[in-house]
Structure formats: C-alpha cells, structure tokens
Design a protein around this ligand. Structure first.
Ligand code: BGC
Length: 744
C-alpha cells in the first residue's frame, strides 16, 4: 500500500522540484529541511498531527495522505530485513519476494573489532531495506551485555561501551547513507528479557552515563534519525517515556532531533507518554481489526491524545514538536528523492555477510596447532552436533529472518573439502525440533527416531573412527537459548551437550569444538578438547565462513566483545546485582520487578579486574594462526593538561609465518581519583593486518574523553589531575606495554 508515495511522485512529476513557482515549500527539496518541516506543519489539521504519529498497521504509520506526505514503513532489524507480515497480525503475509540476506549477529560484528566492517554491514543492510521500500530499520540493538543470560545478547555489541559506541556509529552511518533511518534500540538499561515488560532497572546516573548510554550517544552523534524506547522501566518510570532519559538526556543534553518510537506495545498511559517525550506509538494491541472504526485510533497517543489537546490537557505546541520530528524523519527517508534504489540479495551482500562472519569468528584455544586442519594429517572428519545442520537465521524473536539461503556448517565443510576428506555426520542428540519460530517456517524437519542412547552411541562410533572431530555445540535461538522474551536459565549448554562433548573427547583426543551462540557458555570440558572456535550466528554464509577459518583459508582475527565467564558468580550482575529482581506493587505502574544494578559501573572486565577473577576467557581475547610481538609503547609527552592530545605509539610485528590481523587495544588507567574507577577502561583499538615479519607502528590519540569519568554529584564529565597509564593489550588480560603520563 504505497498510495502516498504515488501521490508524492505525482506531485513531483507535475511540479518538478523547482519548475513551478507554486510548489509547496514542503515538497521542494531544494529548500532547507527545517523550512519544509514548518511549511508542512502549518498545513496540517489537529487530526492529521495526531494520526501521523501512530501506527496504522503492525509496522507502518499513515503519513498525511491529503498532503501527499507518505507513509513510513518500519521493519526489523537489526541483522536483515524481516519478511512481510499481515496488516494487523504477526503472521507472514506470504509474499514470495521478501527473502533477504541474513547478516551475522551484531555480537559477531562487534567481535570483528573492525569499524570499516560496521560501515559495510550498515550499508549493505540499508541497501536491502531500500529495495524492500523500508524507511526505518528497527536496529541496531546497542544494549550492554550485562549478564550472559540475557536472551538478546546476540543482537547487541557486547559489554564495553566504547567498543559498542564505535561500532554503532559506523553502522548508523552505513544504513542511513541509503536514506533509510536506523532506530537504535532499546533505550535504555534494557539488559534482560526475563520480565522485560515489568523490570524496573534501578541504576545510578554514573552507570547510565559511563556504561549504558554511550552507545546510544554514539548513535545520536552519528546522526541517528530515530530511537526506540525499551519495554522496561528505569528508576521507576517506563523507559519509552522516561522524563530523565528521553526529555532531559536524549532530547535535552544530546540535542537529538529525531523521533522517539515506542517499542511494540510499550505504551501504557497517554499523559505519561505525551509528557515523557514519546513521539510515535507502535505495536499497541488492537483486537485484530474487528472493532468498529479504525482500532489504531484507540492507541494511547491517538484519540485520547486528540481529546486531551481539545480539552486543553495537552498543549498543541508540545504536539507540534513531536510532529516536526516525524516530518523530519519522513523527509529524510520516504520523501528523500536523492536516495539510492538499493538492492536485495546481491552477490556483494552475500560476500559482505561472509567477510563479516570470517572476521568475527574467534579462535579461543588451539593446542598443538591442530587448526587449521592439515590435509596431510586429516583424512576423515566426524562432524557432530545438531548445530552442524540447524537453520539459525530463523528464530530468536523479532530478528528472525527469511533468508534466501543458509549454508549449514556441515554443508560448508563438504563444499570446502569435496572428496578430499571423508566427512561423516552424526547429530549426537536431539535438541530443538521446532519448525516454526516467530511465524517463520524453517522448512526443516529435525525429528529423529533414534533413542538418546542410540544417538550418542552413533556419535561416539563416528568420533572413534575419524582423524578429527568437529563438534558444533551451542545455543539455537529457541526459547531460553538466545531468544527475545526469554533469558537463559543457566550458563550451561543445553541438551546434555557438555556430557556428550566429554564423551566424544574421551574417544578422540583430536576434538575441536565450534561453538555457535550469541553469548558466553560454560565450558567445563575445555581442558579435554584441543581447540575451540566461537562462531556466533553468521547468517546466509555460516558454513562457508566457518569452513574457511577451519581450513586456514582465512586466519581468524576476531576477539571477544565480552568476558567469557566460567560461572555466573564471576559476573557482577549476578554476584552483586539483583537478578532476576524483586517483585513490588507500585501505586502508579502496578506490579513491577525491581532490579538493582548494584554492580554499578563494574560491568564485565571492569569487575573481573577489580576482583582479580580469572574468567574462562577475558574480554578482548582471541588467537590467530600466527603470533604477534609487541614492542615498547612510547608517548609523545609525559605531562600535559586534559585538553592536550597525547599520542601513544606501539610497534606490532607479525612474528609467525602466515599473514594475519591483530586487534591492538588501548586501555586507560586513572591511578588516583576521588571516585572509584575501574582498574582500566578500553579507550582505543586498531585492527592491523600484517604479513609475516612485517611491523607496523600503531598509534592512538588520547584526549579528554579517554580520561574522564562521570561525576554524578557535579553532573559533569571530570578529568582529575594526576598520573594515568596508557596500557596496550592484546586482550584485557594480556598486557604488552604500559606508559604513564601526568595531567597537571
Ligand atoms: C522488540 C523490538 C522489535 C519490535 C517489532 C518488539 O517486541 O522488542 O526489538 O523491533 O518488537 O518487531
């Protein structure tokens, strides 16, 4: 239903952009944006101002048909363009032209530590969105990985605000270069799925500013055109219309001029939503279009808002601000005549998918250099585990996709090795056999008539007879296994995988585990297997990307974007915080669950460092098939003021015998401060590709941002005089060189 676009093109066809003197200013794209917005606003009736700001279907809003202002079409997000659903239902519309490229999970993108890949990712996704005529992509998800149990970690960029911020900014620029808006989500402190509608995140200002908000701020700084409020409450008020978060910080301090969109069904009250800065309402229930009239008119921000304005309860000026934002968004996207046409399922997108997957895979262990697979030593491989053959582009909730194709790990290996290596497959266990997730069919039937004992016996037999075992372990986007709306219930792998891996490793010492998940899992068998790869959900090209790393066609260079905990009590959210929270009845909000963020700013490695804990793998960790040597870091000045730029340089050499990339990390440590600070914090990183024997000087600039902390009493970012250290690491736990300097 692109009626309004036709009206717009018609107006343009008749008028041209400037050919006729009487082209209305709002349709004349040679005029400044704000002038056009004001002109459109001045022509709108109160009813139109109300209507333009709420849904007319599951994913669209109506625009202003009478003025030729087009509809806005949103869609999930964030890893591919979701298939079309029916007008008012979540069911598939049954279109046959809505298969997409499924890109790797955002955790994988974060694990690449490559901002250029974030641009490539965003640009490619934006092109697909454009081709599918979408104006707003509901993503990226930028919530911080606070607990490994959070069901949506795979949609986010990991535990560190700096890494998440850098990757977010580039992703935003990429998507929006297509005239498609991002809708960065879920603002804010939305760090678990369990009780997601009622969790009240009780979090200090300092933790908000230092940990939970920077990635959103980075999106705003990169020019994000819209943002989605979370379902949760923050400090007692719903996040989607939270005075402090939306009005004071986002629109006030950061000067955000875009649209705040509710998460689907996150609005519960007209007055609070109007006054709390919400601009557009989506996803509130209708009764399936069976009621009289347009049920969308019953939205909290529809008729109740209209009547409220007429009755003088809400000012029209306040409404105008919301309308201006929606007009701005529409002019930047649907009414942007200079945007490209986009493309869907191009070879370039499939290659981008593969490249991002290859660059994000993390090699966690590689005893005896068992990887890459040596064709001289390995004549037969037993591939074991359901994840070797399971469709993972479907599932997980709203990010579920209808991918044009998906290469499973087993298929990728078969394609890579052809007849040169004998590959046998055994599943080993039956985990999840659902064929339908979030209204998308997997078109895969995974029932197996064998008993669990037989499955295991068959897997062990295959393992015994092979030169090498590749065990594809992990989660699978079914409920409680990396899925929206549910958290995991344990850090352990499901379906008895731990026991099976141990049994397999006992019969074949050459066992390699390839773990597919979007979050950390316990690895009690780690000491018994030779190698481990963390392989994420990689989209269409999953099998090819994994096979190319296993075979050594690609040298792994990903590093972990979060701490890999050995047990939940290593994670501050569980050790110190309240998870899953304490139920309470609130007189205004009803039954809610208070969740105190007692871990405060000590999230991830910030807590690990403070308590000197040894996790399974630290933040920033990842191996390569080559090795890297670091020289001594130098700094260009030993003293200066907080406004000076300090330059740190460190030579990095590829000391092995194959080309590879290293992620060099800069952490800053404030040796003495009036408020407690983390031992060190990531403030820079660079991914360098080096040929064997090649050395490159890697340079980082340190400015005020890298030195400051948020003083919540003063409500200011502060740099205190004293000694600081610039710490160069190959991970957060593998420090290679340190230089100190002083702020006067
Ligand atoms: C999710 C959002 C998503 C929206 C629309 C909500 O349930 O939390 O991330 O964009 O649905 O599908």
């Amino acid at each position: 239903m692109k009626v309004n676009r036709l009206i717009l093109s018609f107006a343009v066809a008749i008028c041209g952009s400037t050919a006729f003197a009487d082209v209305p200013v709002y349709l004349d794209d040679s005029k400044p944006l704000e002038e056009r917005v004001e002109d459109a606003l001045s022509r709108m009736t109160l009813k139109q101002k109300i209507a333009i700001r709420h849904a007319q279907s599951k994913f669209s809003s109506p625009g202003v048909p009478a003025l030729g202002i087009p509809e806005l079409w949103t869609d999930d997000g964030p890893m591919g363009v979701r298939p079309e659903v029916k007008w008012d239902e979540w069911d598939q519309a049954g279109w046959s032209n809505d298969s997409c490229t499924a890109f790797p999970s955002l955790t994988c993108l974060a694990a690449s530590w490559d901002p250029e890949l974030a641009v490539l990712y965003g640009t490619s996704l934006g092109e697909e969105a454009r081709f599918r005529e979408k104006d707003v992509m509901l993503g990226p998800g930028v919530n911080i990985y606070r607990t490994p149990l959070c069901g949506r970690n795979f949609e986010y960029f990991g535990e560190d605000p700096y890494l998440a911020g850098v990757m977010t900014g580039q992703y935003v620029k990429g998507v929006q270069s297509n005239g498609v808006a991002v809708c960065v989500k879920h603002y804010a402190a939305n760090n678990n799925e369990w009780n997601r509608y009622t969790t009240n995140s009780i979090v200090s200002d300092r933790a908000l500013y230092e940990i939970y908000l920077p990635a959103f701020k980075a999106a705003v700084d990169a020019g994000a055109w819209s943002l989605m409020g979370g379902y949760n409450l923050v400090n007692g008020q719903h996040a989607t219309y939270n005075q402090r978060l939306v009005n004071e910080i986002l629109k006030g301090e950061w000067g955000f001029d875009g649209v705040v969109i509710s998460d689907w069904g996150a609005v519960h009250d007209t007055k609070q939503a109007v006054e709390g800065g919400l601009d557009m309402e989506f996803g509130t229930g209708t009764d399936g279009l069976t009621s009289k009239g347009n049920p969308y008119d019953n939205y909290w921000l529809a008729n109740p808002y209209y009547n409220g304005v007429l009755e003088g309860k809400f000012s029209e000026e306040q409404l105008n601000d919301k309308v201006r934002r929606v007009l701005r968004l529409t002019m930047r996207t649907a009414m942007n005549r200079n945007k490209p046409y986009g493309s869907l399922n191009s070879e370039a997108h499939h290659q981008a998918c593969r490249r991002i997957g290859q660059e994000g895979i993390v090699l966690l262990k590689n005893d005896d250099n068992i990887l890459p697979i040596s064709k001289d030593k390995v004549r037969s491989i037993a591939v074991i585990g359901e994840n070797g053959i399971k469709r993972m582009t479907v599932g997980g909730g709203s990010s579920s996709l209808k991918a044009l194709y998906e290469i499973f790990p087993l298929e990728g290996l078969q394609a890579r090795y052809g007849d040169t290596i004998n590959i046998v497959y055994e599943r080993g266990y039956v985990g999840d056999t659902l064929t339908y997730y979030n209204h998308v069919w997997t078109k895969q039937h995974l029932d197996d008539p064998r008993s669990p004992e037989q499955l295991k016996a068959d897997a062990l037999k295959a393992a015994r007879n092979a030169d090498l075992v590749l065990f594809f372990s992990g989660l699978n986007k079914a409920d409680h296994n990396d899925a929206e709306g549910t958290d995991r219930q344990t850090l352990d792998l499901p379906y008895g995988q731990n026991e099976l891996i141990e049994a397999v490793a006992a019969v074949n010492p050459n066992t390699v585990v390839v773990n597919i998940s979007g979050t950390g899992v316990a690895m009690p068998w780690l000491g018994k297997v030779k190698a481990v790869l963390q392989a994420w959900y990689l989209g269409n090209e999953t099998g090819n990307a994994i096979a190319s790393v296993l075979a050594g066609d690609v040298n792994p260079s990903g590093k972990l974007p979060y701490t890999y905990y050995a047990s939940l009590d290593q994670c501050a959210a569980h050790k110190l915080g309240e998870y899953p929270g304490t139920p309470r009845h609130d007189p205004v909000e009803g039954d809610i669950i208070d969740m105190k963020y007692n871990d405060d700013i000590f999230v991830g490695y910030r807590y690990i460092d403070k308590e000197k804990i040894k996790p399974t793998f630290p933040f920033g960790y990842g191996l390569s098939y080559t090795t890297f040597g670091y020289g001594k870091a130098t700094i260009d000045r030993k003293k200066g003021t907080a406004d000076d730029i300090f330059t740190v340089t460190v030579p990095v050499t590829n000391t092995g015998d194959c080309a590879g990339s290293e992620v060099v990390q800069l952490y800053i440590s404030d040796l003495k401060s009036s408020l407690p600070r983390p031992v060190k914090e990531l403030k820079g990183f660079a991914k360098v590709r080096l040929e064997p024997g090649q050395t490159e000087n890697v340079t980082f600039e340190i400015g005020r941002d890298a030195l400051s902390f948020f003083d919540d009493k003063a409500h200011a970012w502060v740099v205190e005089p004293g000694r600081f250290e610039a710490i160069i690491g190959a991970s957060s736990a593998d420090i290679r060189s340190t230089v100190s300097f002083e702020i006067e």
